[in-house]
Design a protein around this ligand. Sequence first.
Ligand code: ATP
Length: 245
Amino acid sequence: MTAPVVEGSGLSVTYGQRGHVHHAVVDLTVAVHPGEIVGVTGASGCGKSTTLRLLAGLEQPHAGTVRLGGADIWAEGRTPRPPRPGYVMPVFQDPVASLDRRWPIWRSVTEPLTVGRPRMSKQERMAAAREHLARLSLDHLDVRCLPTQLSGGQCQRVAIARALVAGPALVVADEPTASLDVTTAAGVTRVLREAADQGTALVIVSHDQDRLSVLADRILRMNRGRVVAEEVLRPLVHARRGTDE
Ligand SMILES: Nc1ncnc2c1ncn2[C@@H]1O[C@H](COP(=O)(O)OP(=O)(O)OP(=O)(O)O)[C@@H](O)[C@H]1O
């Protein structure tokens, strides 16, 4: 089996002060491998989004370690050290807030392509944005428009296109299909699965159990900050990708 893309061990996060302490995540251990889709579900407030932020290196745990690409990202203190820029791409719960309001969407979508790669012209970037947005049924959009001119569901798909465009090692997505109708959500599900088939690992938070059952290889159920159940839906995922054949 290949090395995990992300490995969280004994993670705990506590909010509040003495007397009013709230344990948002408690002793959480999880490893996600290339090409694997892990769903995280549970009641509102059980710690799903905090778990995503921990695995993305966006929040420092009060206890435990987070390894991205094998490196302990908090080893040197309060500044996370991911393996490389763009190694992990987040899709936040508020899709409008996750995009820069001043940037036309072609710029947001293709920004990850500008990091450590040959320079692309504006025309090339606009064409790449159109191509990736078309895969998410947004081919009718003018790529020069601003996020403020789009619906929440359209922004969500723009954010997903941005997250996937450069083939990151890991995508963490908070309710990526929440604002979408059934047909559009199915299209997004297909694109996320295709990304996994290309080797990207995904951690998806969702309240939608049916959607997760279709999408995920493994589902973690959380309650009061803890993983209380793990359901393996596709146990042969690593063999399927030929990593241990
Ligand atoms: N910055 C913060 N300060 C204080 N408490 C917080 C903070 N962030 C989260 N919490 C608390 O930690 C707990 C877990 O929050 P989290 O957002 O991870 O839950 P969730 O399962 O994602 O919820 P939802 O499904 O409603 O988005 C909640 O009780 C929340 O109120």
